[in-house]
Design a protein around this ligand. Sequence first.
Ligand code: HPA
Ligand code: ZN
Length: 330
Amino acid sequence: MTGRRPLVELHVHIEGTLEPEMTFELAARNGVELPWASVDELRRLMEFDDLPSFLSLYYECCAALLTAGDFSDLMHAYLRRAAAAGVVHAEIFFDPQTHTSRGVPIDTVIDGLLDGIERASSLGITAGLILCFLRDRPVEEALATLRSAAPRAQQLLGVGLDSAEVGYPPALFAEVFAEARGLGLRAVAHAGEEGPPAYVVEALDLLGAERIDHGYRALEDPALVARLREDRVPLTVCPFSNVRLKGVESLAAHPLKRMLDEDLLVSVNSDDPAYFGGYIDDNLEAVTHELSLGEDEVERLVLGAIESSFLPGERKAELRDRAIAAGRRA
Ligand code: HPA
Ligand code: ZN
């Protein structure tokens, strides 16, 4: 049903699309020794208590990624899977510090990811890259990362902020984001996932974030909810992620329903689909069922993603028309 609508994905970490099978394939190709005996053993470790416990496995698996070809294959595999789900456009996070800290040059990462996007263009899917800073690493490192990518700013869509949230408020990165915006980059930030509503306010006021990734803890602050509604600030919600990282008890209890009821601009996304049990279509289907969403609510999510994207107005209008027409046929 939703598969026929044109979907837009705005919150997916390319490293989080690294399926265990590919981790083993790339490690074998690169002569990298992994600490797990098999794909099954790695899969069994995918039970998490919180965001940090997930991140340690996520960063560990990145050891398999070394060459531009690896990053290209990773991107291509994700885009193929996303296109099969009906995704026509994706704005995709990558974490350069995870790779540069292992000696992989940032240009290798960007070259590979752009090559993967190019290879997937025949599938009818477009994509842009959002360079994320790891907020639990020093601010100086983020600044150096930005400056190393600055010559390629035209090839990037924007910057984001991810990794362990609590104790690392957005305010720390105000200068980095100001410099990024000066390069013409769009700004987004993870906030209000495990961190408090105040981090969402900081991301808006101090980073100039145009979208908030996750953001569901904003519901704890009625004044912030009113602001998000009035300013139509996009919130990129990732239901499977929130349940698997134990921020939310179950899909049936997911605050997405309340966010819709509050008239917030929300979209459904996959975050790290290789770790959390499904891609964007799986997330959409599951919340539709578990939250008993009506057709109008599903349509709001699909249209919300289009509106929240950084696509030009013309393409947004075209996708919006297509989505509405597909909804009528469904
Ligand atoms: N939150 C913060 N950082 C991340 C995530 C997430 O859900 N996934 C990958 N890095
Ligand atoms: Zn995320």
